[in-house]
Design a protein around this ligand. Sequence first.
Ligand code: GDP
Ligand code: MG
Length: 300
Amino acid sequence: MNPVQNELIKSGVVSLVGPPNVGKSTLLNTLLGQKISIVSPKPQTTRNRILGILNEKEYQIIMLDTPGIHDATSPLNKEMVRLAVETLSEVDIIVFIIDATHPLPEKGKSPARYLEGTKIPSILLVNKIDLLAKERILPLIKAYQDQCEFNAIIPISALKNDGTDLLIAELLKLLPKGPRYYPEDIPTDSTERFIVEETIREKVFLMTGQEIPYSTTVVVDQFKDDTEKKMTTIYATIIIEKKSQKGIVIGKGGKKLQQIGTAARKDIEKLLGQKVLLKLWVKVKENWTRNPSFLKEIGF
Ligand code: GDP
Ligand code: MG
């Protein structure tokens, strides 16, 4: 990375890792005060590496939201795990997140085993403490202390923005001195196009049943700005794997697709700060999750 400003501050890269669904993306959005990474109650929502940049006068924390570490069989999942583990070797601090409501993993089975042997400083976040009785928090932290060595263990609620100040304080203790790598006013390096695609995918995740989300990808075909009306028309295609899924995404009389479109449009209007007309299509591409050349085409 090339610095944009040479004055030394606290700066560096922090990787958010952990099993799927523990709140990695939620935490990144909360810290940024802005939604750049999509969130859903279903595991494996985040597919790519998302970068969020926390800017203050005295620091710049570059945070990577990775897909969860989990077992992989399909080529898409393998790629996601590769991304998650690879990011571990290129960062200044590893922030490992677990869900406070989950049972303690058996010895040696904790996903934190991926951190064994690394010399990189690490913090364990015990997230979702808003769902836990207060007296259960301390014993839980003790139990995790026995499992793995961390520089700090911090209970937080990413959703309620509780404990995040402690996290920042701890990060600042561990971060090296360095220059600012990104301009101060940029919260992410994701393009608007990418965030729009992800937003639509999130709504498909949230609004369709079991099998659909994992075989969905979204491509924005065109942005058309109307500067006079201060409005953007966005043409996007939802790509699914099987003909039989088309009816589910579109719904009776197009109702499901309409719901997906409305929810996505509201988020996109917030993101772009202007009125949006969202035109959605649904297209079948047989077995795209197992098609390496198509995966490459859409950026994996
Ligand atoms: P990721 O897969 O680790 O990125 O997890 P997400 O950020 O997508 O969150 C998974 C689910 O957990 C979503 O439904 C979130 O709303 C929920 N969640 C995340 N953090 C918290 C938290 O602190 N408290 C509660 N109650 N729910 C949370
Ligand atoms: Mg995520």
